[in-house]
Design a protein around this ligand. Sequence first.
Ligand SMILES: O=C(CO)COP(=O)(O)O
Ligand SMILES: O=C[C@H](O)COP(=O)(O)O
Ligand SMILES: [Zn+2]
Ligand SMILES: [Zn+2]
Length: 331
Amino acid sequence: MVNYKDLGLVNSREMFKKAMEGKYAIAAFNFNNMEQMQAIISAAVECKSPVILQVSSGARKYANQTILRYMAQGAVEYAKELGLNIPIVLHLDHGDSFELCKSCIDMGFSSVMIDGSHLSYDENVALTRKVVDYAHQFDVTVEGELGVLAGVEDEVSAEHHTYTRPEEVEDFVSKTGVDSLAISIGTSHGANKFKPEQCTRNADGVLVPPPLRFDILKEIEKRIPGFPIVLHGSSSVPQDKVAIINKYGGALKDAIGIPEDQLREAAKSAVCKINIDSDGRLAMTAAIREVFALKPAEFDPRKYLGPARDSLKELYKHKLVNVLGSANTVK
Ligand SMILES: O=C(CO)COP(=O)(O)O
Ligand SMILES: O=C[C@H](O)COP(=O)(O)O
Ligand SMILES: [Zn+2]
Ligand SMILES: [Zn+2]
């Protein structure tokens, strides 16, 4: 048994409280390897921002949960070495069982998500409550979810959005005791968030996605005032990265994300945590493809993972400074 407090990590409670008061959001960036972790931490330190290191089920399979936990522990030391002791949360993304959440809590995660959104309402409440009861003994914070994102939610695939029903949130929050709530208002995972036929085109012929359902968010805020809300599937799918990938042999078709203006607006509301994974994947892939295309004689992984890490760091800094607004909140 390891408690996150002994590793220098923090839970999300204080972070979300400040984000709510300061009208900004905390970035939760997914990581699977050293370069991603370094890019996240160095960006957050330079921006004087708190940050959430997020571990998905795919990351656990790819990199191993224990290794990722040690990397997060290393991240705390790394931040100090870079010159600022920023608050860092180690969070389990889309936990799908009590056992998985327990194993993360027992090995030093400071926050977990239990995603019961695909279950019946009553089953979701019961599972989430069970995780909260365990987690709170160790002061670990818990994110629950109501509503299903379109596309692929880990192994759970949903054909259509099932938007969060505002009339359920009060009951869910009070029965489960969760610390934050992920909702569905039109975002989805991956780099193809909308089909072209769902979009309109602007004067330049560029696809414009349908707006997020801010009306649902407002209704939720009214029913649970001051309660931290989480937005999954919040990559913006930068078109310059998509263009570089396709220029150098990639085949991304109709890639489209959530416009940054809408995330900026969300960050000012009760949305305290915004999840971004796909944008980092695009930044890394674009940088690596470019090196492969322009320097075909390179075979030292550091010669392409290095530029990928630099590009990731720039992307993360942009998110913290220009989109989520969490920069300069750590003294
Ligand atoms: O929600 C996410 C992780 O839980 C990531 O969403 P994106 O695929 O939009 O980056
Ligand atoms: O929630 C989805 C995340 O973007 C990560 O998914 P993953 O399991 O492929 O790492
Ligand atoms: Zn879900
Ligand atoms: Zn997600």
